[in-house]
Every structure is written in C-alpha cells, then in structure tokens.
Design a protein around this ligand. Structure first.
Ligand code: SF4
Length: 300
C-alpha cells in the first residue's frame, strides 16, 4: 500500500450498546460502528492529541510518519504529495519492502468486534469523523497537525512527569532535530519526488521497460545492463541515485536504532517508512539480493 488509505478513521463504539449512534440518545448521530473507517488507516494527529502522549495513552511506537513529498490520499480520495510531514496512528502491519496492498487497519481496532481499544483516549480526528456528515472532519483535517518533534517533546515531558526512564525517544541527550534533518537531506522526497529528476527518471525507465516487455507477469530487474532502459544516462543516474538513497536509508536506520536505543516500531515514526517501501510511487520496487538492494519493475 502506498498511502492509499491515508484517511482519517471513524470511531466505533466501545460500550455495550453496540448499534447505531442516536438510537440510545447518546449523541444523535448514526454511526453503526462498522469499523470501515478504522480499516482505511489511523487518524492524522493534531495539537490537541499531544496531551495523549504526555499522559502516556499514546507513545511514539503507536505512530507512523508520512514524510513531506510522500504520496497520500486526501479527503477527496486523490493521491497527492504531502506538503508537510504527517504523523498518524500506525497500521497493525507496516510493509518495509516495496509491495502493494497491505492491511492499513488502525492498530487499536479490534478486528473481531470493531471496537476501539483506546476509545476513551482516541485522537481528535476519530472524535470528529462521521462518515455521513464530514463537515467536522473537513474542518479539523489540516489544522494544527503535529510534527515528529512535537510528539517527541510531548512524549519526553510525559515520561519525566510519570517518573519513567527517559531513554530512546524520550532521551534528552539525543539530538533528534539534527538526526531527522540529516535523514531528510539524503533521503528526502524533495530530491526523489515524482516531479524531481530521480523520481521522473525512474518512472520513465519503468514505463519504457514495461512497454518493451508486453504481457510481463513477474517483476523485471531495472539493472542498467545493455538493452535495459536504465542504460540511458538519465535513467541510469536515477536508478543509481535512488539505490544509493535506499542503502543510506537502511544504514541510517540501523545506526539510529543501535545508538539511540529505539525499537523498530519507533523507527517508523522517527524516520517514516523505508524508501524501499515507498518505491512503488515511482513505478518500481526494491528487491533484496545477495549484493544488496536492486530495483525491479512491477507488472502492470
Ligand atoms: S484510534 Fe480507535 S477510533 Fe481511531 S482509528 Fe484507531 S480504532 Fe478507530
């Protein structure tokens, strides 16, 4: 999945009176608690949600960052590059290699009964969204969205207030702003975006390879070998530049994980999804072989 389900989520009921809102006079709305919105992805987080981190109801490991320039679906269902980074509740499973699809259900959705396991402390978008009347969510959607640094600050404050151990994401000795900036400088979508040289070169090479390989049913390597469209100067540069960024991204994550003592799930918040996972936005995919990552073109 490439952010196709970057949509806010509906809040299913978590009390015993499961059934349409309004039938028991609770709030006059008509949410049926079907959980459909929560399956489309967790909510983007806003300033009023920072208190949930201070209080310990949410933690960095519960979040996923979509970085500036990453494609995301807006409220009207259109895929567009994000102008600014977006922090949201993560799905239960995050794809780290290139792939399509995936389950984007919010990690707090109980699949068996469509109940929200943090209902009393659910984020603002979950409170605002009603699928039959989107006025409230449209009003809230782009307002006061948090950044990674906002979340880190709130989380660190809360850990100290709760007399916890300020390690990992709460470690005041880790220069998070510098680390995130260093990652963006080498792996930012500003360099690799679809309209940029690298992104456009990859997309062109992938389209050309597909055109030369009618009826392809398996991924085909985009290798730069003779006959490969990546052998043209522009495309070869795009392939190499992207692979270089992918290698840097993997190495950077390992270093951050090791030195800052953060969990894999926290990396998805700190550094966003891997470049390898988002390669599909350029019409290519990353496959790991013995020599390291290689690019392949996916059928269709
Ligand atoms: S936090 Fe709860 S209400 Fe919000 S998307 Fe997740 S499961 Fe749904």
């Amino acid at each position: 999945m490439h952010n196709e389900h970057d949509m806010p989520a509906l809040a299913p009921r978590d009390d015993a009176s499961h059934g349409p809102y309004g039938t028991d006079g609770t709030d006059g709305t008509d949410c049926r608690g079907c959980g459909t919105c929560c399956r489309k992805g967790g909510p983007a987080l806003h300033a009023q949600d920072l208190e949930l981190f201070r209080a310990g109801h949410l933690a960095p490991e519960h979040c996923l960052t979509l970085r500036a320039g990453e494609l995301a679906r807006d409220l009207d269902g259109e895929l567009r590059p994000l102008e600014r980074e977006l922090v949201k509740l993560r799905p239960r499973q995050i794809l780290r290699q290139s792939a399509r699809g995936g389950d984007w259900s919010c990690l707090f959705l109980n699949q068996a009964d469509n109940r929200c396991s943090i209902y009393a402390h659910r984020p603002a978008e979950c409170r605002a969204l009603l699928c039959r009347d989107t006025w409230a969510i449209r009003t809230l959607h782009a307002v006061d969205r948090v950044t990674r640094l906002d979340v880190l600050a709130a989380w660190a404050e809360g850990v100290v207030e709760r007399a916890g151990v300020p390690g990992g994401c709460a470690d005041p000795g880790v220069p998070w702003a510098d680390i995130l900036a260093a990652h963006e400088e080498r792996c930012g979508y500003g360099v690799l975006a679809p309209v940029g040289t690298v992104g456009a070169g990859l997309r062109r090479a992938a389209d050309e390879l597909r055109a030369r390989t009618p009826g392809m049913v398996h991924p085909v390597p985009l290798s730069g070998e003779p006959g490969d469209p990546a052998a043209t100067d522009e495309s070869a540069h795009a392939v190499e530049a992207f692979l270089e960024a992918v290698r840097f991204d993997f190495a950077f994550r390992s270093i951050v994980r090791e030195r800052a003592g953060v969990a894999m799930e926290e990396l998805d918040f700190l550094l966003g999804r891997t470049l390898a996972a988002t390669a599909v936005m350029y019409g290519v995919a990353v496959r790991m072989i013995s020599d390291g990552p290689e690019l392949v073109v996916l059928p269709g």
